[in-house]
Design a protein around this ligand. Structure first.
Ligand SMILES: Nc1ncnc2c1ncn2[C@@H]1O[C@H](COP(=O)(O)OP(=O)(O)O)[C@@H](O)[C@H]1O
Ligand SMILES: [Mg+2]
Length: 261
């Protein structure tokens, strides 16, 4: 079971879109996938038509120590969701200071991992995707500490690169403190192939992060923006769209560790 956080403190870069559609692409291929909505705004939950304000979710897991196993919903074949829950934002403000504040997700996942290993191979979870909020506070910290790998969606503009260096600094600081390193992947999103700038950004990214930029860039595609309005993933809404093709290829990139050269 691999835990992958989809992270970037910048909003609107495609974290939720990537969590939703990459998770569904893998579920369609027969993998068992759990998604965790770690954004208090609950966008991922809404994409699955789950009303986050009337659901138990990550708020109870992280604040009240409820188990993930008691909270997840089966949203599609092979695909599960823990909604954000109405009180998730309170973790940043109301939860008492404490040494373990950053490790709540790690602890919840440890119990899930133990349970998972007792299941039959077919029933075991293969992937957990954590959809992070557009911030670098305690929720993101919990995700960094709990994950095996990070996927960072990046859009093709210069400000995106600026924000990225900050994110990398935060992550490396944590890595140094903990003396471990987390595998980092980057995916270009909202990519406009005909734009010189987008291609320049891709070249720069590959220069900075060799063998870490996924081969597939997710093209700008209106169907990806429309599908949540119908509570559908791209594979249900427009299976022949560029968006569906790109997320299916991204799933193969992840499975085969395929990167852009
Ligand atoms: N490749 C894409 N093409 C077109 N629209 C996209 C694409 N990726 C994301 N969007 C749209 O951009 C907005 C922000 O994406 P979202 O996934 O919510 O970003 P984040 O979770 O990083 O804030 C949403 O309205 C989404 O539908
Ligand atoms: Mg989001």
């Amino acid at each position: 079971m691999k835990v992958i956080a989809i992270m970037n403190q910048k909003g609107g870069v495609g974290k939720t879109t990537t969590t939703l559609n990459l998770a569904h692409a893998l579920a369609i291929q027969g993998k068992n996938v759990l998604t965790l909505d770690m954004d208090p705004q609950g966008h991922l939950s809404s994409c699955f038509a789950v009303d986050t304000y009337n659901s138990s979710g990550m708020d109870e897991v992280l604040i009240d120590d409820k188990s993930i196993q008691d909270t997840f919903l089966n949203v599609r074949e092979n695909l599960f969701l823990v909604p954000a829950g109405a009180r998730l934002g309170e973790l940043e403000t109301k939860v008492q200071e404490g040494k373990n504040k950053g490790y709540r997700l790690t602890e919840a996942l440890a119990s899930l991992k133990a349970d998972n290993s007792t299941l039959s191979k077919e029933a075991q979870l293969d992937y957990i995707f954590v959809d992070c909020p557009p911030a670098s506070g305690l929720l993101a910290m919990n995700a960094i500490l709990a994950c095996d790998e990070l996927i960072v969606p990046v859009t093709g503009d210069y400000l995106a690169l600026q924000g990225l260096s900050r994110l990398i600094k935060v992550v490396s600081h944590i890595e140094q403190t903990l003396q471990r390193s987390t595998k980092k992947w980057f995916v270009l999103t909202r990519f406009q192939k005909q734009r010189k700038l987008a291609n320049q950004i891709r070249e720069k990214m590959v220069g900075y992060f060799p063998n870490q930029v996924f081969e597939t860039a997710i093209r700008e595609n209106v169907s990806l923006a429309e599908s949540p309005g119908f509570s559908k993933t791209i594979f249900e809404y427009k299976p022949k769209s560029n968006g569906a093709e790109d997320y299916q290829n991204l799933a193969i990139d992840l499975l085969e560790q395929r990167t852009f050269h």
